[in-house]
Design a protein around this ligand. Structure first.
Ligand code: UN1
Length: 496
């Protein structure tokens, strides 16, 4: 299934045929490749190489570093179709979303190229005569990137494009479930490197490994920044371990994203927003819409319309004309069924959620998206289940809706559908949504790369991608220069 594709992307056959770690496609559960996982000693050796690469790369002028990222963006443009298809095969995304993910990579490359001429620091007024102050941003070191199966290529690109223009080296550990797209990215990056010419060896390396490999990255003081995307459970381990050695981390963890649906909302728009955000990527985005908090007066109508839309959703092979592909694996299906059983126990009324196409694909896990009308925001609703389950809660008063939005442990994305300016502004105010993303008349998922991406509370607090997220990939230095013939002290201190 993948031979031709991987070859066209420049991956050598030995990289995906000779190993002992099997790779399966969620499309039919079949084994499509086998790769070799690396052990701790191998990871440490790669960190060594990365550290040396960093020492050379940090002295390359930033706009020149941007040129490498520009070339990489070009290579991605040329291979968008193939890489997108590989994402579909390995992660189970429908074609449109596979392509969208590669486009996200291209977009961040463009952003980073511009940034490579804009790593601006401040000049600061000094309180002393004949002095000036400024703030300088310097390259940081080796950046460890740990990414998840659901965005197997874009999350790496967000981190890598920024890290490279910031003068850092990168070591990437992708999910064990998606090593092939990682191998393809690495091969494409090497293509860009060839066109670029002189770059230090090992500037951007890939580590295929399991927990042991991840731990080696997390614990090594030569890796000053670890950017980890995945579950809150993973982040709870990574964050304190990196902090224990005074490293920095960017954590992008679980979400439990809600939509407040107000009585004034444009319901046609809202239902379309719900459909894309709740059902897209088979509910396996960290930004997936998991809760609709709907005004009691329109609840029945909204539920009826969403159910009707869900009934028409085409489920099946993500490379064909379908809207919902498979869940990643059986564990994911079991977790979904467990959550639905719990929702029923907690008084919920569940619609959908059954396994689909089991005869055709006995080893793959397709499901119809589920809606669960809940009496209150009970335990199961407060938990992120990585599957297409949409909990519906009713509200009477806007303050109650805001409270429900915020009363979960996670804080990634949120949105409101309303045409009432007061509600929209309140939602985005200091006492509104407590999430890293708060949208108006747009769903919770599908953010552009230009904004900072990430969220609060158990989502981990990290920010990746656009805005000034680049600052986390550099070290800040405050410089004070005395160009006078005196040595005045700050705070007016006299020390004669
Ligand atoms: C993720 O699911 O880890 O906003 C990232 C979005 C995408 C990124 C999702 N741009 O849905």
């Amino acid at each position: 299934m993948v031979d031709g594709l991987l070859q066209s992307l420049g991956v050598a056959a030995s990289a995906y045929t000779d190993g002992d770690h099997p790779v399966h496609t969620p499309i039919d559960g079949s084994r499509i490749a086998s790769v070799t996982l690396e052990n701790k000693a191998q990871v440490l050796a790669k960190i060594d190489v990365a550290q040396k690469a960093f020492l050379a790369w940090r002295d390359v002028p930033a706009p020149r570093r941007g040129e490498l990222v520009r070339l990489f963006g070009e290579v991605l443009r040329e291979h968008k179709a193939q890489l997108g298809e590989l994402v579909s095969i390995e992660a189970g995304k429908i074609t449109q979303e596979g392509l969208g993910e590669v486009q996200e990579m291209i977009d961040i490359c463009d952003f980073a190229v511009g940034l490579s001429r804009q790593l601006y620091g401040l000049t600061i007024a000094s309180e002393r005569p004949g002095h000036h102050m400024r703030e300088t941003w310097h390259p940081l070191g080796v950046v460890g990137v740990i990414s998840a199966f659901n965005f197997p290529v874009a999350v790496w690109a967000w981190n890598t494009a920024l890290a490279l223009v910031c003068g850092d080296a990168v070591l990437w550990k992708p999910s064990e479930k998606t090593p092939l797209t990682a191998l393809a990215c690495q091969a494409l990056f090497e293509k860009a490197l060839k066109q670029f010419g002189e770059a230090p060896e090992g500037l951007c390396q890939l580590v295929l490994g399991d927990r042991e490999a991840g731990e080696a990255l997390v614990d090594d003081p030569r890796v000053p920044l670890v950017s980890a995307t995945g579950s809150t459970r993973m982040g709870r381990e990574v964050g304190p371990r990196v902090a224990a050695r005074f490293g920095r981390s960017i954590l992008e963890l679980g979400g439990n994203n809600a939509m407040i649906l107000a009585p004034s909302a444009d319901l046609d728009l809202a239902v379309r927003g719900i459909l894309f955000s709740a059902v897209g990527t088979a509910g396996q985005r960290c930004t997936t819409l998991r809760r609709v908090i709907v005004h009691a007066s329109i609840k029945d109508e909204v539920v009826a319309r969403v159910k009707a839309a869900y009934g028409k959703v085409r489920i099946g092979d993500p490379r064909k004309d379908n809207l919902v592909g498979p869940l990643i694996d059986k564990a994911s299906f079991d977790a979904m069924q467990g959550a639905l059983a719990k929702a029923r126990d907690e008084g919920g009324q569940v619609f959908g959620g059954e396994r689909q196409l089991a005869d055709q694909y006995p080893n793959a896990y397709y499901v119809s998206p589920a809606i669960a009308e809940m009496p209150v925001q009970s335990e199961v609703v407060r938990h992120e289940t990585f599957a297409p389950i949409l909990y519906v809660l009713a509200y009477d008063d806007f303050e109650e809706a805001l409270r429900l939005n915020n009363e979960v442990p996670q804080g990634l994305s949120s949105c409101i559908f309303t045409t009432d300016l007061r509600e929209a502004e309140r939602f985005q105010s200091a006492s509104g949504s407590d999430c890293g993303i708060a949208n108006v008349n747009i769903g919770t998922s599908g953010a552009e790369i230009g904004g900072a991406f990430g969220g609060e509370k158990e989502t981990g607090g990290g920010r990746e991608s656009g805005s000034d997220a680049w600052k986390a990939y550099m070290r800040r230095q405050t410089n004070t220069v005395n160009y006078s013939r005196e040595l005045p002290l700050a705070q007016g201190i006299v020390f004669d």
